[in-house]
Structures are given as C-alpha cells and as structure tokens.
Design a protein. Structure first.
Length: 102
C-alpha cells in the first residue's frame, strides 16, 4: 500500500518526543551548569558566562515563570543577571576617559 500525500501510515507525529518539557535530571543538570557558569563569571569572562547562566537557568525552569521552580535554576538565573550587569558596568567604567573605574 502506498502512502499518498496527506495519507500517512503513522499514527503519531515524529516530533512529539522532542516537544516534552524538561524535568528530572535534565533540568537539574542545566541548573547546576548555570550555577557553575554564574559563579565562574564573577571571576572571568562575566559578559559571556553571565548570559550562559541566564539561559541555563531559564531552560532548567522549563521556560516559564509560574509553578514550582527548582532552586539551582533560580540561583543560576539571579546570579547570571547580577553577573551580566556587573560585567556591563565594569566595561562601561573602563571605557570612560582615564580608563580606570576605581
């Protein structure tokens, strides 16, 4: 039997498993990676590691603000924002005339 246009032999679309929400060890791992990026960003490459921590925290939270939030994901998100803001302020201060912030 040939499957014509619009008539497939499959009952479920293939992309169904790719659209599931993150839960369990997957989100926990992303939260921990985000915390590590945020803490390391305070010492080196804050302008890069801060946004990476924000993204990891946001993905670990399941891309939503409501509901139960895993603690590492929330810590990664908050520290990533603080890290990014401090890096931008530091860069703006070093670009000022005189070249020194403090």
């Amino acid at each position: 039997m040939m499957a014509g246009f619009g008539h497939t032999t499959r009952k479920h679309p293939r992309s169904r498993s790719r659209t599931r929400s993150r839960s369990g060890p997957d989100s926990a791992t992303l939260g921990i990676i985000g915390v590590i990026c945020a803490v390391a960003g305070f010492f080196v490459l804050g302008i890069i590691l801060g946004p990476a921590a924000i993204v990891c925290g946001w993905l670990a939270m399941g891309r939503r603000w409501n509901g139960a939030r895993p603690v590492p994901a929330l810590i990664a998100l908050v520290l990533g924002v603080i890290d990014t803001v401090l890096a931008v302020v530091w860069m703006a201060g070093s670009a000022a005339p005189g070249g020194m912030m403090f």
